[in-house]
Design a protein around this ligand. Structure first.
Ligand SMILES: [Zn+2]
Length: 256
């Protein structure tokens, strides 16, 4: 498919089949893409949603301990998502990779440790981020915006998911719009600037302008059918995020 432009401050989604490759392009060099992916149970028969993979984090041998309490009563509540939905998990990926930033040939994992993507190519110097939570209307207010009406990556993600649901990609209502998982912040530059111990600063992090250059990109191969969501980050309140100017980005699904 030809490359698709995501206008500045907006988001988009794309449904991927296992084996398809997604190219995320930074045409201006300084724009961060917040990236998520979701796996819906009806979309896969080999991983994640099949009958042999449990959906709950509670072992069946332990479920009797929950008898009568709210755990069993709320087991079908669609919050933050319905049973069986998985999502890209930045924290799980960090712990499995034992590092902060995925590199070429590294795998990105779901919250149930299922391989989700493999990073096939990265023409940048490899600086991306998995530490910063994505911007949302509450954070924008926290940063000094006078109301809750600033555009955000979280809103872009949820609007993209709504469009996907409306177009039949997954069952509407599968994901609560009160929940936003942590993204992979592609092209974002968040160095740890101090040592970890208390006297050194407790591992301070700083958000500074991206190191990527115009035209640089990464290529991710889907290891499972999923819905990828991308946001051209609208954060202009922390100047470092997008080097002070919110711009468009592009993506492309490459033929397998
Ligand atoms: Zn953002």
């Amino acid at each position: 498919m030809p490359s698709v432009t995501i206008p500045a401050r907006t988001g988009d989604y794309v449904a991927l089949k296992s084996g398809q490759r997604l190219k995320l392009i930074n045409p201006h060099g300084t724009q961060v893409i917040d990236f998520w992916a979701f796996v819906f149970p009806s979309a896969n028969s080999t991983t994640g949603g099949d009958s042999t993979t449990p959906t709950s984090f509670i072992r069946s041998s332990s479920s009797t301990e929950a008898t009568g309490n709210t755990t069993s009563q709320h087991s079908s509540t669609p919050f933050p998502f319905t049973s069986g939905v998985q999502y890209f998990a930045a924290s799980r990926t960090r712990s499995i990779l034992s590092k902060l930033i995925p590199g070429t040939k590294d795998v990105l994992y779901t919250n149930k440790s299922v391989p989700l993507f493999t990073l096939l190519e990265d023409t940048t110097s490899g600086v991306h981020d998995t530490l910063f939570g994505c911007c949302d209307r509450f954070r924008m207010h926290n940063l000094g915006h006078p109301d809750f009406e600033h555009a955000s990556c979280a809103e872009n993600m949820h609007l993209a998911l709504r469009r996907a649901a409306a177009q039949g990609v997954f069952k509407p209502g599968s994901i609560s719009d009160e929940w936003t998982p942590d993204p992979l912040n592609v092209f974002m530059n968040v160095p740890i600037t101090t040592g970890l111990d208390r006297d050194s600063g407790g591992g301070k992090i700083e958000c500074i302008p991206p190191k990527s250059k115009a035209g640089e990109y990464i290529v991710l191969r889907a290891e499972i059918d999923c819905v990828a969501v991308m946001s051209a980050c609208p954060n202009d309140l922390i100047v470092g995020v997008n080097a002070g100017k919110c711009l468009s980005v592009e993506y492309e699904v490459l033929d397998t």
